[in-house]
Design a protein around this ligand. Structure first.
Ligand SMILES: Cc1cc2nc3c(=O)[nH]c(=O)nc-3n(C[C@H](O)[C@H](O)[C@H](O)COP(=O)(O)OP(=O)(O)OC[C@H]3O[C@@H](n4cnc5c(N)ncnc54)[C@H](O)[C@@H]3O)c2cc1C
Length: 398
């Protein structure tokens, strides 16, 4: 892991801008064959790993855990994870709930809850261990020029990097997307997610709860015994009001809306995340592709954003490996078009699904609330449909 100021152009095969969860996983997958990879991030590891930086956990799907196993990362993460054995979806306007069980998933956990800090820590360690990955921080790309045989990026410290392929993994406000001239469309939900951790009186039994309230979805995700991570999405004005409450008052508000885990006590500060969905028109430009939130930021309602990104990374790594083995230019138009084609269906369906869920469950109509309740009861008894949705949530068979 180095921070460099040399002026001689640095040559590499793949330049990944953004060493977040998705960019980091891509680096690890690509490093399995002798490609030279440079990862540039505008934040230094100390800043990213600071306890106040990110309070989120990620619900890593079963499918994503298999991707991380391929790069020997999962074995290191496993001790820090809590398995999800059931998912319960409910709404405040009716007593019924939709229930997904790991029995519908050949007995595997449906996913795992993992602290973002643990994931980032393990990715830094992996990048530092691999000789063919070089991490450059804290710098960003100021200028991007593509040539017939390579792409040239100028960093904020003046360093020039020449690569066959540049990957924008720099999150939902992607600078690379902008530099590559890829237009995007943003849908504002006018909602903010409040993220915190709680201790509760009753056990969670490894259940991930998604409880829909008229003001937005409230999720309780199991972490250690009698502890859960909370993601409460609320209209902006409600979020501001809730944020002004004391820790005890906030815990009471949570308890009123979600009494199933008994008495709640907050065990961390509260973080705020404004919510929007961003969808670019394309996922590629000349010698450039987008992955992760740079390519599709979605509402966190179903905990699928990072999982979608890990599947981008997996698809791209497979195509790059195939091309490199055959001696084909890895930044070639055919390779990048193939990547875009293979990812479009998954990205479009997940974006529509999460957006549809938010709109469907926030609609105030009582008829619709009744129909949602009936729909959930119906899915519970139609085993093939329930199994299909379970596999979708697990990120397999997509
Ligand atoms: C409240 C909340 C809960 C969520 N829960 C889940 C969940 O349970 N499961 C799930 O799958 N998803 C979840 N998500 C979504 C998930 O967090 C994102 O999809 C995921 O972080 C995307 O990873 P990424 O690496 O693409 O982008 P990011 O996490 O945004 O990382 C981008 C990286 O690029 C760097 N960067 C940014 N700009 C620049 C620049 N100009 N130059 C250089 N580097 C730059 C950043 O420092 C960072 O390291 C949640 C989201 C929210 C808001």
């Amino acid at each position: 892991m180095t921070t460099t100021m040399t002026q001689k152009p640095l040559q590499c095969d793949v330049l990944i801008v953004g060493g977040g969860p998705v960019g980091g996983v891509l680096a690890g997958l690509l490093a399995a064959i002798p490609l030279h990879i440079v990862v540039v991030d505008h934040l230094a590891p100390e800043e990213v790993l600071h306890k106040d930086q990110d309070g989120r956990t990620t619900a890593v799907s079963w499918g994503s855990s298999r991707i991380m196993e391929r790069m020997d990362l999962w074995q290191k993460l496993l001790p820090h994870t809590t398995p999800i054995r059931q998912i319960r979806v409910s709404q405040s306007s009716s007593p019924g709930f939709l229930h997904f069980n790991q029995e519908d998933a050949e007995g595997h956990p449906m996913g795992f809850i993992l602290e973002n800090r643990e994931l980032r820590k393990a990715l830094y360690q992996m990048m530092s261990d691999r000789e063919n990955i070089r991490l450059i921080t804290p710098h960003s790309v100021k200028r991007l020029v593509s040539h017939p045989l390579n792409v040239e990026a100028t960093l904020s410290n003046g360093q020039i990097i020449q690569a066959k392929l540049i990957v924008g993994a720099d999150g939902r406000f992607s600078r690379i997307r902008e530099e590559a001239g890829i237009k995007s469309h943003t849908m504002h939900y006018h909602q903010t997610a409040i993220v915190t951790s709680v201790q509760h009186e009753k056990p969670h039994h490894h259940i991930a709860f998604e409880h829909f309230l008229p003001t937005g979805p409230l999720a309780f995700l199991p972490v250690k015994t009698h502890h859960s991570s909370v993601v409460w999405s609320l209209k902006n004005e409600w979020a501001a009001a809730m944020q002004s409450l004391s820790q005890e008052e906030f815990a009471q508000e949570l308890e009123i809306r979600f009494p199933y885990l008994g008495k709640l006590t907050l065990t961390s500060k509260r973080w705020l995340y404004p919510l929007a969905a961003t969808l670019p028109r394309r996922m590629k430009a000349e010698r450039c592709v987008l992955i992760g939130d740079a390519a599709h930021a979605i509402h966190p309602v179903a905990g699928q954003g990072a999982n979608l990104g890990f599947r981008d990374a997996s698809t791209l790594a497979t195509l790059v490996h195939e091309s490199a083995r055959l001696g084909i230019d890895i930044g070639n138009e055919t390779v990048l078009s193939r990547y875009q084609r293979r990812r479009l269906k998954d990205v479009a369906s997940m974006t529509c699904m999460t957006d549809g869920l938010v709109r469907l469950f926030s609609h105030p109509s009582r008829t619709l609330a009744f129909m949602r309740g009936q729909g959930m009861s119906l899915v519970n008894v139609i085993a093939p449909l329930r199994k299909c949705l379970t596999r979708h949530a697990m990120g397999i068979g997509l």
